[in-house]
Design a protein around this ligand. Structure first.
Ligand code: ADP
Ligand code: MG
Length: 473
């Protein structure tokens, strides 16, 4: 990606035609889907389209800080999505608005290192057509291993060490969004292309299934399918990311099937990712599905709290920002959907800390992530809370609303009120109504009493924390 520079030397050709705006809308939608809501809102929402001129798209951002950040973190993604919309596009220029060209650079980002387009081993010809840019951050070193992903990780390692080992070919990685499939694939590609000193050069082709389709369609259009086929079949390792995209694209599937067979027959390694296991990918041709499941199938499971904490710790320490354990725990507890969202939230905190040179606290975390966290608030109902708490303390749920004041009943009731206040957005009077029509001051008293007890009595505190965790997960 070229440096945006301060001022536009000449305005790009402005073409406000509907087609262009539609393309841009689709690029934005895909960016949003790709990076997740948190990151999108933080960084990408402000990206505006300035125009398209020949093979170059120009987009603008209001500040240099944002420009540099977007350039570094999302430049490749934006380019890839534009190329998917319009294969003529070669380059996306990310700039600041001319009038704001002199805005102070608020935070000094790391220097932008151009990512090698082709990670082909030294000496090998760059296969720019076959290798989507690899993300430098996606290496084995930066992948945090835990129970949910250790098997997939081990398989990926194995393939990177000795590609085309029988039993590991094809390697099929699957799992939900943002759980590390792409990360592992890039890691394999990096490892094979850069780290294997001494070993014979390995040529790796990595692309999304979508890209595969665009390439194929383009080849058809320009009557160069033979070149396309030959080029694909000359690689040592072929990786196709997000294979589910080929569902319903029959011609492309057919082409892929033949490429797949040719490569496997020639003893080459294939790595595939998808959102489901081969047997669950309905809509794929049966013969392809069968072949996909012939090697090693490894799934990336949903993250656990422990894995989320480890990932956050690793990322915070890489970013060189001191994030209190409490804040990390808070994020890991709140953002359970996937690692991408988790990262997004952490990045936002880190950026905030850098910009304002402020120590991160729980208050800042709440403040900075306010809008985001709202979306993640799992809707725990007061009834669920009452049931859990009653179970825990071995009392009947009906006691939550009864008038009894015996300690062994009243205390659990207070805990349930406290948790209702913490975990739901219900008002104090609302909560009171659920507990036998009690007054809001009773709820208020319960909240402060439980808070006080939690700080005095460690065992009680742990109990309440445990209940909270169970209700939140
Ligand atoms: P997927 O391809 O499965 O949708 P990605 O590989 O793009 O997910 O991962 C989303 C983000 O989360 C990436 O930034 C990736 O680096 C990060 N990530 C996912 N799993 C891990 C992990 N185990 N350790 C470190 N980062 C991870
Ligand atoms: Mg992916």
């Amino acid at each position: 990606m070229r440096d945006g520079g301060g001022v536009l030397s000449s305005s790009p050709v402005r073409r406000d035609d509907a087609a262009l705006n539609e393309q841009w809308a689709r690029v934005r939608a895909r960016l949003q889907a790709e990076v997740g809501e948190v990151e999108y809102r933080t960084w990408l929402k402000q990206v505006a389209l300035a125009g398209v001129d020949g093979d170059e798209v120009t987009v603008i951002l209001p500040t240099r800080f944002l420009r540099d950040w977007v350039n570094k973190e999302y430049g490749e993604l934006i380019t890839a999505f534009w190329q998917a919309e319009n294969p003529k596009i070669r380059h996306v220029d990310i700039r600041t608005q001319p009038s704001r060209g002199t805005a102070p650079n608020l935070a000094e980002p790391e220097p932008v290192t151009p990512v090698a387009n082709a990670p082909a081993a030294a000496g090998a010809a760059p296969r720019s057509e076959l290798v989507a840019p690899l993300d430098q951050r996606f290496t084995f070193d930066t992948f945090v291993v835990g129970k949910p992903n250790e098997f997939a990780y081990a398989c990926a390692r194995r393939v990177a060490e000795s590609p085309a080992t029988p039993g590991f070919n094809p390697l099929f990685l699957y799992g939900g969004v943002g759980l590390g499939k792409t990360h592992l694939m890039h890691a394999i590609a990096w490892e094979l292309s850069t780290k294997r000193t001494g070993a014979a050069p390995v040529s790796v082709a990595y692309m999304s299934a979508e890209k595969f389709m665009y390439r194929f369609i383009n080849a058809l259009r320009s009557q160069s399918t033979l070149e396309f086929k030959n080029e694909l079949r000359s690689v040592d390792v072929l990786m196709i990311d997000d294979l589910q995209f080929l569902i319903g694209k029959d011609n492309t599937q057919e082409e892929f099937f033949h490429t797949f067979n040719a490569l496997v027959d020639a003893g080459k390694q294939i790595v595939i990712s998808a959102d489901k296991s081969p047997s669950d990918l309905s809509g794929l041709e049966d013969r392809l599905r069968t072949r996909l499941g012939c090697g090693m199938v490894a799934d990336l499971h949903a993250t656990t709290f422990e894995l989320r904490i480890s990932i956050l710790e690793a990322k915070a320490s890489r970013a060189g920002v001191d994030v209190p354990g409490k804040v990390l725990e808070f994020l890991a507890r709140k953002i359970t959907s996937n690692v991408r969202e988790l990262e997004g939230a952490l990045n936002r905190l880190v950026a905030h800390a850098n910009l304002f040179d402020r120590q991160l606290t729980m208050e800042t975390a709440h403040e900075v992530l306010h809008d985001v966290l709202k979306a993640y608030d799992r809707k725990v109902t007061i009834q669920e809370i009452q049931k859990r708490v009653a179970d825990h303390y071995n009392i009947r749920v009906a006691e939550m609303s009864s008038a009894r004041r015996a300690r062994n009943i009243a205390r659990p009731r207070q805990v349930a009120m406290y948790l209702a206040k913490q975990l739901t957005s219900k008002s104090l009077p609302d909560i009171g109504r659920h507990f036998g029509d009690r007054d809001h001051t009773t709820v208020m008293h319960a909240v402060s009493r439980v808070t006080e007890l939690m700080s005095q009595d460690a065992a009680f505190g742990e109990d309440v924390e445990l209940l909270r965790r169970m209700l939140e997960s």
